[in-house]
Design a protein around this ligand. Structure first.
Ligand SMILES: Nc1nc2c(c(=O)[nH]1)N[C@H]1C(S)=C(S)[C@@H](COP(=O)(O)O)O[C@H]1N2
Ligand SMILES: [Mo]
Length: 227
């Protein structure tokens, strides 16, 4: 009987300590959940139009989500320019920003409307003085991905490279620190984890999906395959 009493006291102790530690774990995890909710509250509507969410994107990257160390990150502008440049994330955040509501359409059939905020490329490229024979912009990313667009299109449409979507900093899955907002072009032109912008005189350059049969023009109102 004495043994049983000691055993049952021990059991209670184990149950109480166990309960306490579970409660501790639960409260810690709910705390971090609250904190992250606060940091990731997205704008849900813009000028009366409902926006999508970063949770609506499908992860289909060629080498998985890239994690970029923002302290060593540089965005390089080079190729057919008078002045090659290399920008830190901090320097880029200080540049004038522009906001656009644009929908991304992936060839796989999904689409997401977002409110994108970022740096207009014409202004960024002008800082490097584009040479007159340049006609193509080739974009390079951390995961080895590339794509390209005609320089005229980039300038005329005032394309931006976004560091924010729906009022929050671009999440890693969406290309942190920068994703090209290639409006009216298929999702494969919307390069994420952008690291280098190269000015070129080769309009026939083909990027990752473009060399695998996808249209180099890549317009959402044109064909998916072909040119
Ligand atoms: N660096 C890089 N950028 C990329 C890709 C990729 O694999 N690597 N995939 C492209 C494709 S096919 C699509 S549809 C969009 C999806 O971007 P999102 O998830 O931010 O909408 O990213 C594009 N940009
Ligand atoms: Mo895509």
């Amino acid at each position: 009987m004495r043994n049983y009493a000691r055993w049952s006291r021990g059991l209670w102790l184990v149950l109480i300590l166990g309960g306490l530690s579970i409660a501790g774990v639960l409260s810690v995890s709910s705390l971090t959940e609250d904190e992250s909710t606060v940091e990731t509250v997205e704008v849900q509507e813009y000028q009366g139009i409902k926006l999508g969410s970063v949770d609506d994107f499908r992860e289909n990257s060629i080498a998985g989500v890239q994690t970029i160390d923002i302290d060593t990150y540089r965005l390089v502008v080079d190729g057919l320019v008078e002045q090659s440049a290399s920008y830190t994330y901090g320097a880029l955040l200080e540049m004038p920003h522009h906001e656009k509501m644009v929908t991304i359409f992936c060839v796989e059939g999904w689409s997401v409307r977002g409110l994108w905020e970022g740096i207009p490329l014409p202004e960024l490229l002008a800082l490097s003085q584009i040479q007159s024979d340049a006609n193509t912009v080739i974009f390079h990313a951390q995961d080895g991905y590339t794509t390209s667009l005609p320089l005229d299109f980039v300038v005329e449409r005032n394309l931006i490279i976004a560091d924010r979507i729906n009022g929050i900093t671009l999440p890693p899955a969406n290309g942190f620190p920068f994703q090209l907002v290639a409006e009216d072009k298929w999702g494969y032109k919307w390069i994420r984890w952008l690291t280098r912008i190269e000015l070129s005189d080769d309009p026939a350059y083909r990027g990752f999906w473009e060399t695998r049969g996808y249209s180099n023009e890549g317009s959402t109102d044109g064909s998916i395959f072909g040119d």
